[in-house]
Ligand binder design. Structure first.
Ligand SMILES: C[S@@+](CC[C@H](N)C(=O)[O-])C[C@H]1O[C@@H](n2cnc3c(N)ncnc32)[C@H](O)[C@@H]1O
Length: 463
C-alpha cells in the first residue's frame, strides 16, 4: 500500500497537474460547448453553467414527447473486454461489422475454444488460433464455413454489414467498418495503443502487460489509456502544426500546448476515482479507507504499466496518479454506457416472422445455429464511453428525458429523447438511477455521485 503514496511525477509537476485539473474559465467552457452543439447539429439545446449543480443542459425550443433532443458522439469509449467475444464491432464507431455469418461463426468458434477476453481473435486470424477444441454442438467445418463466407444463411443479405477493415498497424485486435474509421481511430487513439508492427508505442510488450492487467482487474483502465493517448496525440499534432511559441523556454512553451490538447477532457466533470467509487456491498463501512487505498494502489499499478508502454516526457503530467485517478473518476461519475443492439437478434427475429412455409424452409438451416448460440444469440455490443454533451445533463428522479436507442441507432452514439413535452428554457434532465426505487434507496445511490437530490419528487417524499 505504501507504493501509491510515492508517484514522483505527482510531486515534480504538482503545479501543472493542478492547472490541468482546475475548472476551465467560463468563457472557454461556453465557447467549447457552443462549438460542440453546432458540430452535433443539436440546436435545440444549450449548456449553461449554474451555481447550484454546475453545468446543465437547457432547451432552446419546445420539444414534444419522444422528440430527439440530442445525438452525441463519444469523446472516447471502448467495448468491454468480455463483450469482445460476443460481437465484432468497429473499434471507432462501434457498429457491427463483417456479416451475420461471421458474427455467429466467430462467437461459436471462440466459445468452443474457451477463449478468454485476454486472448481474442479477430476475423482474419481465427484460422491461426491454435485449436484445442472439443466440439459443443456444431462441427468445426460448419463453423469455419460461416466465418470464411462459404456458407451463406438464408435471408442474411437483408442484414448486410460493412466488411471488416483491419487495423493499419497490423495488430489483429482492432477492426473497422471503413477506411475512414480506421484512419480516425489511428490518428486519435490507436497509433499509440496498437500492439502491431506499425505501433508508435515505446514498448508493445509493456502494452500487452498493461492490457492483460486491465482485463484481469478493471477494463476502465483501457478507456483511461485511450484518454491519455488521445491527449498525447493531440499534443503532438498541435506541436507539428507549429503552435509552439519558440520565444519562450522549452517547458513554459510546452505546457500551454498540453493544456490545449487536454481541453476536451478538462470539460468533463471529475473527481479522483478512489474518492468517488461506490463502496461495494460486501465491504464493511469500517473498512472503507482500506478499500479506497486498495483502489488507489490498483490505479497506480496500472499506471506504471501504461507509463512503461507509452510515456512521453513532454506530456509527463498526464502520467501522474492524480490525473489518472481523475480520468477514471470521470467515467465513474458520468456513468455513460455504450450499447449497440445486435443485428444477429434482428436476423433471427426476421426468420421467426417469415410466412410459415418460408420459415420452415429457412429454419432447416438456421435452427441449429440458434440452438448452438442459446440464450446468448442477441447480445448487444456493450462498453463504457464519455459523451461530452450527455455528460452535462443533471439528474432528476422525475426526468423529462432519457437515453434511448431507436431502431435506426446502430452505432456508438448516445441518443436522448424527450419523455414528455419540454418547454423552451427548461432544464433537460435524465435519471442516473432507477427512479422507481424508494426515497432512501435513491438517495443512497445518488450519494455515490456526491449529491443529495432535491427534485420535486424527493422533496415530496422526504420523511
Ligand atoms: C454527469 S455530471 C452532470 C453535469 C455536471 N453538473 C457538470 O457540471 O458537469 C454529474 C454531477 O453533476 C452534479 N449533479 C447532477 N445532478 C444533480 C442534482 N440533481 N443535484 C445536485 N447536483 C447534481 C453532481 O455533482 C454529479 O456528480
Amino acid at each position: 500500500m505504501a507504493e501509491a503514496a510515492i508517484c514522483p511525477i505527482d510531486a515534480q509537476f504538482s503545479g501543472e497537474i493542478s492547472t490541468l485539473l482546475s475548472s476551465p474559465p467560463l468563457p472557454q467552457v461556453q465557447e467549447y460547448f457552443e462549438a460542440l452543439v453546432s458540430e452535433r447539429q443539436c440546436s435545440g439545446i444549450k449548456v449553461i453553467p449554474d451555481s447550484e449543480h454546475g453545468k446543465g443542459v437547457h432547451s432552446q425550443f419546445d420539444f414534444e414527447e419522444n422528440d430527439l433532443v440530442l445525438k452525441d458522439r463519444m469523446l472516447v469509449g471502448a467495448q468491454h473486454s468480455s463483450n469482445k467475444i460476443d460481437c465484432l464491432v468497429c473499434s471507432f464507431c462501434f457498429q457491427f461489422i463483417g456479416s451475420i455469418e461471421l458474427q455467429i461463426g466467430r462467437k461459436l468458434y471462440l466459445e468452443e475454444l474457451g477463449v478468454s477476453p485476454f486472448n481474442e481473435c479477430g476475423p482474419s486470424d481465427q484460422m491461426e488460433c491454435s485449436s484445442s477444441s472439443e466440439k459443443i454442438n456444431l462441427s468445426q467445418d460448419i463453423i469455419q464455413s460461416l466465418m470464411n463466407g462459404s456458407l451463406q444463411l438464408p435471408y442474411s443479405e437483408k442484414f448486410r454489414l460493412p466488411s471488416a477493415v483491419p487495423c493499419p498497424g497490423g495488430c489483429k485486435e482492432a477492426y473497422y467498418c471503413s477506411k475512414s474509421c480506421a484512419e480516425a481511430d489511428w490518428d486519435s487513439f490507436h497509433s499509440l495503443l496498437c500492439i502491431g508492427r506499425g505501433s508508435s508505442a515505446l514498448n508493445t510488450e509493456a502494452l500487452l502487460k498493461f492490457v492483460k492487467h486491465a482485463n484481469e482487474t478493471n477494463d476502465i483502465f483501457i478507456v483511461a489509456a485511450k484518454v491519455i493517448s488521445f491527449t498525447v496525440l493531440r499534443y503532438r499534432k498541435l506541436k507539428q502544426q507549429g503552435k509552439l511559441d519558440t520565444s519562450k523556454s522549452s517547458s513554459s512553451c510546452i505546457f500551454p500546448l498540453l493544456l490545449e490538447a487536454w481541453k476536451p477532457v478538462s470539460m468533463g466533470f471529475k473527481k479522483r476515482w478512489w474518492d468517488c467509487i461506490a463502496l461495494p456491498e460486501d465491504v464493511d463501512s469500517c473498512d472503507e479507507s482500506e478499500f479506497r487505498m486498495q483502489i488507489k494502489d490498483l490505479a497506480f499499478e496500472s499506471l506504471q504499466l501504461l507509463k512503461e508502454a507509452i510515456y512521453d516526457s513532454e506530456c509527463a503530467p498526464l502520467f501522474s496518479l492524480d490525473i489518472y485517478g481523475h480520468i477514471i473518476g470521470m467515467f465513474e461519475l458520468n456513468n455513460l454506457d455504450l450499447v449497440v443492439a445486435s443485428p444477429v437478434e434482428d436476423y433471427f427475429l426476421y426468420i421467426d416472422d417469415l410466412p410459415p412455409s418460408q420459415k420452415k424452409e429457412a429454419e432447416k438451416i438456421t435452427k441449429s445455429f440458434l440452438d448452438a448460440l442459446g440464450d446468448d444469440y442477441s447480445i448487444s455490443c456493450e462498453g463504457t464511453a464519455f459523451f461530452p454533451l450527455q455528460s452535462c445533463m443533471n439528474h432528476s428522479c422525475i426526468p423529462n428525458a432519457k437515453a434511448f436507442k431507436r431502431e435506426e441507432d446502430r452505432d456508438g452514439q448516445a441518443i436522448i429523447v424527450a419523455l414528455r413535452p419540454i418547454l423552451k428554457g427548461e432544464e433537460i434532465t435524465i435519471s442516473y438511477i432507477d427512479e422507481d426505487l424508494t426515497y432512501e434507496e435513491r438517495q443512497e445511490l445518488l450519494a455515490d455521485y456526491g449529491f443529495t437530490c432535491k427534485c420535486p419528487k424527493c422533496i415530496e417524499e422526504r420523511p
